[in-house]
Design a protein around this ligand. Structure first.
Ligand code: PLP
Length: 274
C-alpha cells in the first residue's frame, strides 16, 4: 500500500545557504516523512558567515501563495519562521486564523551570527497578530526577553516570561534553554508551559558543535511535522529534540562559516515508531 505523507506548511523566509529558513524546514519535513509545502514571505542572500541582504515579497503575493496552497492541499499542520515585517504579519494573519491549523510559531528575531531578521517595529505586530494564533510558541531566551519585555536570569523569571507570552494568546510556550547560562555541560533543558501550569522540563543532550546554523528552524519544523503526523505536543517535542540532537551530532559545514544540522543523519538515527 502506498502511503501519502501528511502535508506540512512552512510560512517563512528562504536561506540561500540552504541551512536555515524554508530550506531547513522543507528538508526536515521531508526526512521525517512529511510532504513540505511553503509560503515564501522574504528571501535572504546568505551563506554560513553573513546575511548580505533581505528582499521581502509583496504582502499580497505572500497571501496569494498561502491561499493557493491551502486551497490545493490538505495541510495538517504549519509553522511560521522569519516573517520579517509588520506588513507581512498583518497580511497573512487573517488567512492563517481562518485555516485554523495546529501552528508552531518560531518568533525569529536575530540570527546567531548577529543579523536582524525582523524589523524592530514588527515585534509588537508579532505579539498582536501572530502569537494569538500559536498552538506552540518556541522562543529562545533572547526572543522571550524581547517579547515579554523582561530580563530572564532565574527560573522564576522563566515562569513569569512564559505567563506573559501565554497572556498574549499562545496556547503553549516552549522556552528553549540553549542560550541559558550553562548549568550542566552535558544537557540542555527546554521548558514547556501551558496556561495556569508551571513549566515542565524537557532535558536533552547538549551537542557541542559550531555547525548550529538553523537549529531553531529545524526544531520548530520537526515539531510541526510530528504534530501533522498525529502526535500530541508532549510526544512530538522529545522526538523533535532527539532528531535535532542526532542531526547536530553529525553536522558538517558545506561551505564557509557555520554549517547546518545534518538533516538526513538526524532522521536515520531516529526511531520514529516510539
Ligand atoms: N535565515 C533565515 C531565513 C532564518 O529563518 C533563520 C532563522 O530562523 C536564520 C537565517 C538564522 O539562523 P541561525 O540563527 O540559526 O543561524
Amino acid at each position: 500500500m502506498k502511503l501519502t505523507p501528511p502535508v506540512i506548511l512552512s510560512v517563512a523566509t528562504t536561506d540561500s545557504g540552504g541551512g536555515a529558513g524554508i530550506q531547513a524546514d522543507l528538508k526536515t519535513m521531508t526526512v521525517l516523512g512529511g510532504f513540505g509545502v511553503s509560503v515564501v514571505v522574504a528571501l535572504t542572500a546568505q551563506n554560513g558567515c553573513e546575511v548580505a541582504g533581505i528582499h521581502q515579497v509583496p504582502p499580497e503575493f505572500a497571501v496569494l501563495q498561502l491561499e493557493t496552497v491551502l486551497k490545493g492541499f490538505p495541510v495538517k499542520s504549519a509553522k511560521t519562521g522569519m516573517l520579517f515585517s509588520s506588513e507581512i504579519m498583518e497580511a497573512i494573519a487573517p488567512v492563517l486564523k481562518k485555516a485554523n491549523l495546529p501552528l508552531v510559531v518560531d518568533p525569529v528575531c536575530v540570527s546567531q551570527s548577529g543579523y536582524k531578521l525582523m524589523q524592530d517595529e514588527a515585534l509588537e505586530t508579532m505579539k498582536r497578530y501572530i502569537i494569538p494564533l500559536a498552538t506552540l510558541l518556541t522562543p529562545n531566551i533572547p526572543e522571550a526577553e524581547a517579547l515579554a519585555q523582561m530580563p530572564i536570569a532565574t527560573h522564576d523569571d522563566m515562569e513569569e516570561a512564559a505567563k506573559r507570552l501565554i497572556a498574549m494568546g499562545a496556547k503553549a510556550v516552549l522556552l528553549k534553554g540553549g542560550h541559558a547560562p550553562v548549568d550542566n555541560s552535558d544537557t540542555i533543558t527546554d521548558w514547556l508551559g501551558y496556561p495556569g501550569k508551571r513549566l515542565v522540563p524537557y532535558t536533552h543532550k547538549r551537542i557541542e558543535t559550531t555547525n548550529n546554523h538553523g537549529t531553531g528552524c529545524t526544531l520548530s519544523a520537526a515539531i510541526a511535522t510530528f504534530i501533522g503526523m498525529g502526535d500530541s505536543l508532549e510526544k512530538a517535542l522529545p522526538k523533535a529534540q532527539k532528531f535535532l540532537g542526532n542531526a547536530l551530532a553529525e553536522a558538517f559545514a558545506p561551505g564557509i562559516g557555520a554549517g547546518p544540522p545534518n538533516f538526513l543523519a538526524g532522521a536515520f538515527s531516529l526511531d520514529n515508531t516510539k
